[in-house]
Design a binder for this molecule. Structure first.
Ligand code: ADP
Length: 502
């Protein structure tokens, strides 16, 4: 499965669990709300009504008992008795009556309520009868009234009251039980609700963690393998390939990586082969340059010595032009000797090279000694900063400094004394040397060309030279695994830089 789909699935599952949790919790909360509503609307008002009804009946019983047996019952009590009989009890009775219509009421309960109302009606009727019989103090002295009232109280009212009390107690018990049930139900719903929140939360977190872990593993492991393979390839192990498992984006990346590694391998092989060919050609060329320059020296020496003999022995006999021509031939032979020996030197660079620790300060000082005449003739000023010790060939590095300093003095501006500054700095694991001058400078288009052998930018009449010096320098620097370049502009002086690994 693709990583995108895995991520969608894990988030989907997490959200799904949370949604189910929320919906179930909502259902349970609704249940709890309904139960609470029942408690509030049914059970509690019913209990209150029963309690009040019970209290009023008890008060009625006590008041009617006082009325029956006590002729001196006060005005207040009489009023209260009448209030109960005419207003409070009928009102409360209707409240009790109303309970029949409630959802939770059972048939047994309905018949209980009916009985309570019947008994209550009888109680009211009989109480009213006593009230009617015993109005004045004289009524208490009248046995036909008092005795009837007494027997109504003792026989009927007491019975009705006892029966009514029993019914009220049983209704009260029923509602008590109902209240307890509702309370339990409500508490249970709340409990379930909090459990659901907890369980869906924990489940969501666990699923999230599990899937994230799986996705992270499925991404990080192959990436680790890819990183390892990339390191191997950068170390030159072009055979390295990555194991491709599955069909996700990482697997696609791994197969692209393998394709890249294969094409790198093929390209590298090609480059290696052409490098080998170039190296062989270079060797052949160097060999040729060496043999040619070496073998040309001998006939050239013969030509030079015979020109000298010719001059010595026949100069007086030669016509004027003959002497001039002979001088041209002699000068050309000298130039040719210089070129040939330069070429020979060039082809020998790198042969028998011995690397050792070399103090560049010493190299520069001995080069300056060698260039003493040129420096004093041109009135050059040379500043040398403290230079490092490097690992390299002493002979070659001396020749490198000497060539660059000699050029910095030679290519001076007309009428300006040369000023040369030699410095170095350590940068990114290598020493960068700089030989800067205030000379004629080099225009941008020739910056690379001057490092090619025999390339010169000026006529011999302007500046003497063979065009071999900078080619020498480049070969020496490259033989030390460094680079050489120039920063300059026409008439702006030149700064020659080269690097030697630190
Ligand atoms: P040569 O000095 O024998 O001419 P080089 O190889 O040393 O040969 O230099 C090649 C060319 O680069 C020079 O002919 C010159 O035109 C240019 N060049 C070298 N060094 C400098 C310099 N410091 N300032 C200006 N031009 C330079």
């Amino acid at each position: 499965m693709s990583i995108k789909n895995k991520l969608f699935l894990s988030f989907g599952l997490l959200i799904g669990i949370l949604v189910i949790g929320i919906v179930l919790n909502q259902v349970i909360s609704n249940n709890a709300a309904k139960t609470y509503q029942k408690l509030k609307v049914e059970a509690i008002p019913a209990m209150k009504a029963i309690e009040k009804y019970d209290g009023i009946n008890r008060e009625l019983f006590l008041l009617i008992s006082s009325k029956t047996f006590n002729s001196t019952i006060g005005f207040k009590e009489k009023n209260r008795l009448n209030g109960i009989l005419d207003v409070e009890l009928p009102y409360l009775k209707s409240e009790i009556y109303y309970l029949q219509g409630k959802q939770s009421t059972t048939e047994v309960q309905v018949s209980g309520i009916k009985k309570i109302i019947e008994l209550s009606d009888l109680l009211i009727t009989q109480a009213k009868e006593i009230n009617r019989l015993l109005i004045t103090n004289e009524d208490y002295g009248d046995p036909s009234k008092f005795n009837v009232a007494k027997s109504i109280f003792e026989d009927d009212i007491t019975d009705y009251y006892t029966a009514l009390n029993t019914e009220i107690i049983s209704l009260d018990l029923y509602y008590n039980e109902l209240l307890e049930n509702y309370q339990n139900e409500f508490a249970e719903s709340l409990n379930w609700s909090s459990n659901f929140i907890l369980i869906s939360g924990i489940l969501g977190v666990l699923v999230g963690l599990l899937f994230s872990y799986q996705v992270i593993l499925s991404i990080s492991k192959p990436i680790e393998r890819l990183k390892e393979a990339a390191h191997q390839i950068s170390d030159g192990n072009y055979e390295t390939l990555v194991n491709v498992e599955g069909k996700d984006e990482i697997a696609e990346l791994a197969s692209s990586f393998n394709l890249m590694a294969n094409s790198l391998k093929a390209n590298f092989k090609e480059i290696e082969e052409s490098n080998n060919k170039i190296n062989i050609k270079n060797k052949e060329l160097e060999q040729f340059a060496y043999i040619a320059s070496h073998d040309l020296q001998e006939p050239l020496r013969t030509v030079t010595s015979f020109i000298d003999l010719l001059k010595e022995e026949f100069e007086a006999e030669l016509p004027e032009n003959g002497g001039i021509y002979l001088n041209f031939i002699s000068e050309a032979a000298v130039r040719m000797r210089k070129l040939i020996s330069g070429l020979l030197e060039y082809s020998k660079i790198g042969n028998n090279r011995v690397f050792q620790e070399v103090d560049c300060n010493d190299l520069v000082n001995s080069s300056l000694d060698d260039l003493g005449v040129a420096i004093s003739d041109s009135k050059a000023v040379v500043h040398v900063e403290d230079l490092p010790k490097v690992n390299g060939s002493e002979v070659e590095l001396r020749s490198l400094f000497q060539n660059l300093i000699a050029n910095a003095i030679k290519f001076k501006k007309e009428g300006v004394n040369p000023e040369v500054k030699i410095s170095s700095k350590f940068e990114k694991g290598k020493w960068v040397f700089c030989i800067a001058d205030n000379g004629i400078g080099i225009s941008k288009e020739y910056r690379d060309k001057i490092f090619i052998i025999f390339q010169r930018l000026h006529d011999r009449s302007e500046f003497e030279g063979t065009g071999i010096g900078l080619a020498h320098c480049r070969k020496i620097v490259e033989g030390h695994n460094g680079q050489i370049w120039v920063e300059s502009g026409l008439n702006e002086g030149s700064s020659f830089y080269f690097t030697i690994p630190g």
